[in-house]
Design a protein around this ligand. Structure first.
Ligand code: GFB
Length: 310
């Protein structure tokens, strides 16, 4: 990429898109196109086509998606499938028609079978049944990977895909029902502390394991691989380390400074038991994460405090 190239970051207001924009600007890329969802509905094919015809971006980071935690995925199943399929299909087709030089598509570690061997290697895609709580999102993201692969095969498009593990960082969603576990726990434990609650109840058994990556580390991966990776094979992006939800809750409890008890509500879903990424391919291409989990959560908690939620 040249510093003057036109770069479209789809989803620039979200946690991932905004991290990519921060990284691009810090590297001196200033010709960035940003459109809010009220200015451009990415689910509308005609609007997306017009936008590409008018703006003619050179590079596209496809970070726009309908996302959420286990409860949102499990509740809004039709929307998670429809919105995500429409967004990625419209953008990928418009990128092809308008001769975008390169596109980077972002998926998720939930694309893998629920009971795949750990750590998850890229080859395990489509080797078994998906976790039911996020099947619609996973199917949409698998379709996105396949679109990139098939547009490369049939039309010679240089489209690459990255599959990040669970992400956290600035501009995350702290909604108590719809957020991912890490921001939900920051908010719940903070509220419990400031309101002096003797105990707090979290969802599930606490025994599933999850891997967490700071979104700034993902943004570094996106830029590095946009510049240096041109293969059909999608890549896992993560830390290669996981912990139980119980351990995560203890860690956040210490950072927040809450001294009450934590109870678990096993009537709420646990989701997939484990989804640890094998990140050796990304490491071999010169990227590795830099922000350790404790440091990242401390930074994120400081950011959360500026939002004045409780
Ligand atoms: O981040 P999360 O919602 O989704 O984490 P997934 C869910 C795990 O945290 C489950 C437990 O084991 C929950 O039982 N948990 C405990 C909580 N308390 C809470 C809470 O207050 N809020 C939430 N959200 N969870 C998502 C997929 O799966 O991972 C998405 O649904 C996406 O599609 C994302 O792929 C990366 O890690 O289970």
């Amino acid at each position: 990429m040249n510093k003057t190239d036109k770069i479209y970051v789809a989803g620039h207001r979200g946690m991932v898109g905004s991290a990519i924009v921060r990284k691009l600007r810090s590297e001196g890329f200033n010709n960035i196109i940003e459109k809010t969802s009220s200015e451009l509905d990415l689910r509308n094919q005609e609007s997306v086509n017009k936008f590409f015809e008018t703006n003619k971006p050179d590079y596209v980071f496809l970070a726009a998606a309908k996302v959420g935690g286990i409860m949102a995925n499990n509740t809004y199943k039709a929307e998670f499938l429809y919105d995500n399929l429409m967004i990625e299909t419209n953008i990928i087709q418009a990128a092809y028609k308008n001769e975008v030089k390169k596109l980077l598509f972002l998926g998720s570690s939930c694309i893998y079978p629920k009971l795949a061997p750990q750590p998850l290697k890229e080859e395990y895609l489509l080797s078994g049944l998906l976790e039911s709580t996020n099947e619609p999102y996973a199917i949409a993201k698998i379709a996105g990977i396949k679109l990139c692969e098939y547009y490369r095969e049939q039309f010679g498009c240089n489209y690459i895909s990255l599959m990040p593990t669970n992400l956290y960082g600035p501009n995350d969603n702290y909604d108590l029902q719809n957020s991912h576990v890490l921001p939900a726990l920051i908010r719940k434990l903070h509220t419990a502390k400031v309101s002096g609650m003797p105990s707090i109840t979290l969802w599930g058994t606490g025994s599933p394991k999850r891997e967490f990556l700071h979104v700034d580390d993902l943004a570094n991966a996106c830029l590095h691989l946009m510049e240096h990776y041109n293969q059909k094979q999608f890549l896992n992006i993560g830390t290669g380390e996981d912990l139980t939800i119980k351990k995560l809750a203890e860690l956040i409890k210490n950072i927040v400074g809450y001294d009450g008890d934590i109870n678990w509500d096993a009537t709420k879903p646990d989701g997939t038991p484990r989804k640890l990424m094998d990140v050796s391919k990304a490491h071999s291409l010169g990227w590795t994460h830099e922000i350790a989990l404790e440091e990242g959560i401390k930074k994120t908690y400081a950011d959360f405090l500026t939002l004045n939620l409780n």
